[in-house]
Design a protein around this ligand. Structure first.
Ligand code: PMP
Length: 297
């Protein structure tokens, strides 16, 4: 199947307050966001026409911008309204949304105090079907060369474009070596996360997940912790050493795009897609389509 490039599609993109034809949603090559990484974004999903955790994602979008030193010039409510208009205009019921904000072109140097903040939101159809082989066998990970940086090095709680440079490098290296994704350690050498999803381990029937103190505390991660506790599963948020993988029975990743993705192997070490992973996968896919998710949002 031919891939349709993302700059050559039909429909509308919300840009700086208005819906514009998809192909006309452009920025200039001399944009601060492109040269200096002054850009933040979101990744959201809608199920049956409803955005899961709509407000949480929008609040994080604002918080990400503040952490890199700029303010999104549209309120949380205005962005929520824009997303609803966009889904309607593009006739999307099960899809992915990508809000992005970046510094414009008024100044092109490290200092860009007065640059306009641009905001765009795109959305495209993305049905939520697990590939059955992944659901049964899980994906294969390899250790990344780069580590998640210390919060003293970067604003690690921001979903800032710049923080993804090492993710793309690591993901490409993993794919070239025949794996699906890379597992990143943190700056201290503890397990951190994959290149675009958080990490959970099942050890003797209990859930363990790295403390989100130097990487994105994913909205899916927070949801899964809450749901697991409600289902009576003990959850430990703690620093986890890579050696503990040897004691681990099940592993899965969480994220808006990944939902719950089981891991079948890390560099030759095998894991089963076991009962807790399966239970939480089922629970999550029910939750995102239920009215409960709307109330929780
Ligand atoms: N970590 C990284 C690096 C990510 O890109 C994502 C996806 N946004 C996550 C974790 C998971 O976050 P969420 O559950 O909010 O999508």
């Amino acid at each position: 199947m031919a891939i349709i490039p993302f700059d050559d599609r039909d429909g509308f993109i919300w840009m700086n307050g208005a819906l514009v034809p998809w192909r006309e949603a452009k920025l200039h090559v001399l944009s601060h966001g492109l040269h200096y990484g002054s850009s933040v974004f979101e990744g959201e999903r809608c199920y049956a026409g409803r955005i899961f955790k709509d407000r949480e994602h929008t609040e994080r979008f604002h918080a990400s911008a503040e952490l890199v030193g700029f303010t999104i010039p549209y309120s949380v409510d205005a962005i929520i309204k824009a997303k609803a208009e966009l889904l309607k205009a593009n006739n999307i019921t099960d899809g992915y949304l990508r809000p992005v904000a970046w510094r414009g072109s008024e100044m092109m140097a490290i200092s860009a105090q007065n640059n306009k903040i641009h905001v765009a939101i795109a959305a495209w159809e993305w049905p939520t079907m697990y590939k059955s082989d992944i659901k049964e066998k899980g994906i294969r990970l390899t250790m990344a060369k780069y580590k998640r940086p210390s919060p003293e090095t970067e604003p690690t709680a921001s979903k800032a474009a710049g923080l993804y440079m090492i993710c793309t490098i690591s993901k490409h290296a993993a794919e070239k070596a025949g794996f699906d994704d890379a597992l990143m350690l943190d700056y201290r050498g503890f397990l951190a996360e994959a290149t675009g999803a958080n990490l959970f381990l099942v050890i003797r029937g209990e859930l363990h997940t790295p403390t989100a103190d130097c990487f994105l505390n994913g909205i899916t991660r927070q949801t899964v912790i809450e749901r697991a506790k409600a289902l009576g599963i003990t959850v430990h948020e703690r620093h986890i050493k890579p050696e503990e993988l040897a004691l681990t029975q099940e592993i899965f990743l969480t994220g808006t795009a990944a939902e719950l993705t089981p891991v079948g192997e890390i560099d030759g070490q095998k894991f089963t897609v076991g009962p807790i992973t399966k239970q939480l996968m089922g629970d999550y896919s029910q939750l995102v389509r239920s009215h409960a998710s709307e109330k929780a949002a």
